[in-house]
Structure formats: structure tokens, C-alpha cells
Design a protein around this ligand. Structure first.
Ligand code: AMP
Ligand code: ZN
Length: 478
């Protein structure tokens, strides 16, 4: 099994060769913690969680280091903190906002079946490393000081624009006219900037006397360098981060450390869209993870458990756009309900090699899911269970929100149903009816159908598309 990954740097799928198979290193840009994360933000988190699981499977759990940062210094954070907590001193308001948002983020993504990364560095814990980078870049002529700022001189780097495949001339020609007067070149970007009163401030690098704060790009260069080294294996994020964020991370890290690359493989997920447009805070077309998965959604939206959201996300290949719809979620929920029902009493088998092969082909999750469907048709239930669990699914019906544990008795019950009806009963009745049908005992089969209908269970008879065998699926009437 060879792992191949699409590399944005070369625009090709390439066999993955770790620098050190005993320590495979991956960095993914994490959230800026000023507001609740939306479903679009969940996409890179889920996609790179699948890659993290695959790398751990191939190289061993102890041989993969995954760093996903928390950006807790940012202009949006400062603005939102003052808005939310106007009575608190700004630094306290910022701390409260970032702590609260980070805690909710952790809760949200845990519900999506995401493993914690190996390290989760916070920008505010790495200011010293950012200053060191600024100093190094000024000392070697790749950056300069102007009016309390440290700026990166893009003209000093011959292949600036390589990741995004943009030439400096084109970018400069397209630069807006209101470029800050202290910039030597219109595309030069901020590594460090002065803080206004009330904003978070730290002693500045490069001999600047007034206190300041880091720019966004330098934060990731500092955290990646500290935890993964000057050159590491994989760097990931959403496609919108290619330019300028990742281009600038590369410029900073390579020029500070004098290396030919910052990371060997650059991976980017496509957008999650709503009616053809990127889901984003600024467009206002977003659904937060919290409202998508909690039982009290806003505006009459239905809620879906985290595992449904995760599966719906993985039905599309990570580089393609996803159109996020309620129909897609509903269909996913039904699929998982049917599968989890089948798997209730099944012992775990081996992870399917075909699933692993699909994932090893640039994380082809739709192909892996097609394989899961095939396992179910073939009644390879043990392999289905193990493969689902490998992909981050509990295979536990309770996690779909349909079955819950009755408070007094501890019995399993179906949502909205008397506690006496357990899913196992439903499954047994469905099986008994199928047996009656096979024996052409129509009276018994109808009797069981009516019994189930009285319990609020609707049956659908069909044929297995591959084997042609009669099958019956069921769902709770809502
Ligand atoms: P942000 O908080 O905007 O920096 O985004 C955090 C992460 O989510 C980045 O990796 C973005 O590329 C990613 N992201 C934001 N919106 C979407 C979207 N609609 N679809 C997919 N990824 C997104
Ligand atoms: Zn970043």
C-alpha cells in the first residue's frame, strides 16, 4: 500500500515519503478563536483527522506528530472581545473570549469524532519564537523595520508566489493603490505591528522601542517551527489559505532558516458551499457546528448528530466543493441508522484493505464509502464495523440520537417511543417478518408489519442491488 497525496506545491499526486518514518510531522492551521466555528471550518478539521488516523495506521501511533494551532492573537479577537465584554479591561475581555471560544471549539469537534492533535500550540505562548524569526529575517535582509512595523520584503525572495503560482509583477500590478506609505514594495507584508492602547502588546523585536503584536502569518511559522522543525512533511488547511497565508508562511520560514521548502507536501481542502457560495462568516450563510448538532437548532433547522455530519462531509472528496444540504444529511442519517442497526451485536473484524487502499489514494473517502456499502451488501459485517470505527465512527446507534437510554430502567429506547420498545426488538421483528416472507407465510408477515406499524416503525421492502436478495429497511415514522 503506497500513500499518494496531491501536493498543491507541484499540482500533482505524489507518493508520500516521510522525512523520518519514526516521526511523521503534519501541521494544520487551526481556528481563530473569536466566534463559534461553522460547518465550513469543520471541513479541514475532519479531513485532516482522517489523514492523521491513516498516518497513525501506516507509521504507528507513536510515530506521527500532528500540530493544529489555536490563533488567539488577531484583530477580529480584539474587536469582538470589547463588543462582548465592554465592562472588562481589554486584556481580560480577550482572555475570556478566547478561552470560552476554544472550549466550545473542543466540544464541537469532539462531537464530530475528531481525535485531539498531538500538540495544540497557542499563538500567545509563542511570542518569543515569533520575535526570534523577525530578528533573523531583519538580520539577513529579508525584512525591514518601518514606523514600528517589521515588514517582509517580498522582492528579496526570488520564488515568492511559487505555491500560489502568481508572479510578483502580476501581484504588484494588481495591488491596491492605498498601500501603506511605509512599505518598500506594495506586496510586502506585516510580521509585527505596533499595538494601540488597550490592545494586547509584547516587547517588540528588531530594536523597536514601542510594544507591538505579531501578524497572522508569522504565528504559524513560529508554531510549526517550534513543534515540527524547520522542514516537515505535510502542511494543510482550506484552499482559501493558499494565498496569502501559506505563501507568506513559506516565505518567512524558508528565508529565516535558509531551507528550500518549509513543508514537502501542501494539502488544501475545497470549500463547503451553500447554494453555490462558500459558507463564511462574512456572507452570513453559515450554520455553526453547535447549532447543526444540538437538539435546539435555530430557525426550525433540524439537528444531526456529529457522526452524521462527519459522514456527510466524507461523502465528497476533500478537494471537491461540497454542497451542504439538509437532504444530504437526512440521507446520511438513514444510511448510518441502517448500518448501525445491523452492527448492533456484531464483533469487530479486520479493517477492509480496500478501504485503506481508497484512503491511501489521496484520501479518496467517496471510494472508501462505496466500499463500505459493498461490505454491507456482502454481509461482511465485522469488516464494516472495524472500517467504520477506523474512520472515526462509533457504530453505536445511540450516537445517532435515535436510541437513548431510559432514565429509570437503563433500557435502550427509541426517541419519542415508549421505553419498552428496544431497537433489538425491532430488529428481531423485521428479521422474523423477512423469514415469514421467504416461507411465503403472508399472513404472519402482514401481522408483523402491522405490529411494527403500531410501534411507529415503517418498513420498506426491496432487493439487494448486487445479490438480488430480498431486504427490508426500517425507520421511525416522524
Ligand atoms: P478561518 O477561521 O476563516 O481562518 O478558517 C479556519 C479554517 O477553515 C481554514 O482552514 C479555512 O480555510 C477553513 N474554511 C473556512 N471556511 C470554509 C468553507 N466554507 N469550506 C471549507 N473550509 C473552510
Ligand atoms: Zn496558518
Amino acid at each position: 500500500m503506497t500513500l499518494t497525496l496531491y501536493n498543491t506545491l507541484t499540482r500533482r499526486k505524489e507518493p508520500f515519503q516521510p522525512i523520518d518514518p519514526k516521526n511523521v510531522r503534519m501541521y494544520v492551521c487551526g481556528p481563530t478563536v473569536y466566534d463559534l466555528a461553522h460547518i465550513g471550518n469543520a471541513r479541514p478539521i475532519i479531513v485532516f483527522d482522517v489523514l492523521f488516523r491513516l498516518l497513525r495506521h501506516i507509521y504507528g501511533e507513536k510515530h506521527v506528530t500532528y500540530a493544529r494551532n489555536i490563533t488567539d492573537v488577531d484583530d477580529k479577537i480584539n474587536a469582538r472581545a470589547v463588543e462582548r465584554f465592554p465592562k472588562l479591561p481589554p486584556t481580560e475581555a480577550i482572555r475570556k473570549l478566547t478561552e470560552e471560544t476554544t472550549a466550545q471549539f473542543h466540544k464541537d469537534i469532539a462531537a464530530l469524532g475528531v481525535l485531539p492533535p498531538t500538540v495544540e500550540p497557542r499563538a500567545t505562548d509563542h511570542i518569543a519564537e515569533m520575535r526570534v524569526l523577525c530578528d533573523a529575517l531583519v538580520a539577513n535582509g529579508h525584512a525591514y523595520v518601518a514606523e514600528g512595523h517589521v515588514l517582509f520584503a517580498v522582492g528579496s525572495m526570488p520564488d515568492y508566489g511559487k505555491l500560489a503560482r502568481r508572479s510578483l509583477e502580476e501581484m504588484e500590478a494588481g495591488a491596491r493603490v492605498d498601500v501603506a506609505p511605509y512599505k518598500k514594495g506594495p506586496m510586502d507584508f506585516v510580521l509585527w505591528k505596533p499595538s494601540k492602547p488597550g490592545e494586547p502588546a509584547w516587547p517588540s523585536p528588531a530594536g523597536i522601542a514601542t510594544p507591538g503584536r505579531p501578524g497572522w502569518h508569522i504565528e504559524c511559522s513560529a508554531m510549526a517551527g517550534k513543534h515540527l522543525g524547520n522542514v516537515f512533511d505535510i502542511h494543510g488547511g482550506g484552499i482559501d489559505l493558499v494565498f496569502p497565508h501559506h505563501e507568506n508562511e513559506i516565505a518567512q520560514s524558508r528565508c529565516a532558516h535558509n531551507t528550500p521548502v518549509m513543508a514537502n507536501v501542501w494539502m488544501h481542502n475545497g470549500f463547503l458551499q451553500v447554494e453555490g457560495e462558500k459558507m463564511s462568516k462574512s456572507l452570513g450563510n453559515f450554520v455553526t457546528i453547535k447549532e447543526q448538532i444540538e437538539a435546539q437548532p435555530r430557525q426550525g433547522r433540524k439537528a444531526y448528530k456529529g457522526e452524521v455530519v462527519r459522514f456527510a462531509m466524507l461523502r465528497t472528496h476533500y478537494r471537491q466543493p461540497i454542497n451542504w444540504t439538509e437532504d444530504g444529511l437526512e440521507e446520511t442519517r438513514k444510511t448510518l441508522e441502517n448500518w448501525y442497526t445491523d452492527l448492533a451485536d456484531v464483533p469487530e473484524g479486520e479493517i477492509s484493505q480496500a478501504v485503506l487502499d481508497a484512503l491511501s489514494d489521496d484520501l479518496n473517502t467517496p471510494k472508501a464509502i462505496a466500499e463500505l456499502h459493498r461490505l454491507r451488501s456482502n454481509k461482511e459485517h465485522g469488516a464494516l464495523k472495524a472500517s467504520l470505527q477506523f474512520l472515526g465512527f462509533s457504530t453505536n446507534l445511540e450516537e445517532l440520537g435515535i436510541i437513548s437510554v431510559a432514565p429509570g430502567t437503563g433500557e435502550l429506547q427509541i426517541e419519542g417511543f415508549p421505553p419498552s420498545i428496544a431497537v433489538v426488538t425491532v430488529k428481531q421483528l423485521v428479521d422474523a417478518r423477512l423469514a415469514a416472507r421467504k416461507a411465503k407465510n403472508w399472513a404472519e408477515s402482514d401481522r408483523i408489519r402491522d405490529e411494527l406499524a403500531a410501534m411507529g416503525i415503517q418498513l420498506k421492502d426491496g432487493k439487494d442491488p448486487q445479490t438480488g436478495e430480498a431486504i427490508t429497511t426500517w425507520e421511525v415514522k416522524r
